[in-house]
Design a protein around this ligand. Structure first.
Ligand SMILES: CC(C)(COP(=O)(O)OP(=O)(O)OC[C@H]1O[C@@H](n2cnc3c(N)ncnc32)[C@H](O)[C@@H]1OP(=O)(O)O)[C@@H](O)C(=O)NCCC(=O)NCCS
Length: 179
């Protein structure tokens, strides 16, 4: 019945943790994505200003979507280049396909661009992420951290020229290995 409920976006705030975990558990049908965010939150580099939630206000406030952007490195020889990882991204099953995921990604990418963050990488369905401008990471000379990721590993250049001098293998903090 209530398929057109109003929602808005904002950065994560203290107290959102349980709602974020609930969204990720429901969206992914398991605990891995929720666990990843919980562990990353306790580690250096996690910036709540780049963790976004979609909130539905009525009938009671409820987090219906979440996306995280967190730092990784692209390593070539001794020279790591900074980049951001998009993910996890999840939307409550009863609110999927209503524009929430698109809004979270577009808003997060705009915030990254404003902060001067020029490269974003994602593991996901190219059929979904190509709409935001993501393309195969390999074509930009960025190697996936795990061989199994290669086909679904994509990159977006947020600031012109960011990819020009960047190449190498993407390195993620250890908690990603279990996600
Ligand atoms: C994938 C997900 C985040 C998309 O969010 P959403 O709010 O449902 O998506 P939106 O309403 O913004 O966008 C809907 C569009 O995306 C497409 N879409 C949704 N999920 C898709 C998928 N897995 N692959 C390709 N396209 C997808 C829809 O067909 C629709 O296309 P259209 O605009 O041409 O009609 C959401 O479905 C979800 O949480 N899925 C489970 C968790 C997951 O797979 N997360 C992504 C991991 S990379």
């Amino acid at each position: 019945m209530d398929t057109e409920a109003a929602w808005s976006l904002r950065p994560e705030q203290p107290g959102d943790e349980a709602g974020i975990e609930a969204v990720l558990q429901r969206a992914f049908g398991g605990a891995n994505a929720a666990n990843l965010v919980r562990i990353l939150r306790t580690q250096g580099g996690y910036d709540p200003a780049l963790s976004f939630v979609a909130i539905e206000e009525a009938p009671a406030p409820r987090i219906i979507g979440h996306v995280l952007f967190s730092p990784i490195a692209i390593v070539h020889g001794d020279a790591p280049s900074p980049a951001m990882a998009l993910g996890p991204l999840g939307v409550m099953p009863d609110r999927q396909r209503t524009g929430v995921g698109t809004a979270l990604v577009e808003h997060g990418l705009a915030c990254c661009r404003e902060r001067g963050l020029g490269i974003v990488l994602v593991l996901g369905d190219p059929g979904y992420y190509s709409r935001f401008g993501f393309g195969p990471a390999a074509e930009a000379r960025i190697e996936a951290p795990h061989p199994g990721w290669a086909e679904s590993y994509q990159v977006l250049e947020l600031l012109a020229g960011s990819l020009k001098e960047t190449r190498g293998i993407a390195r993620y903090p250890a908690p990603w290995d279990d996600a």
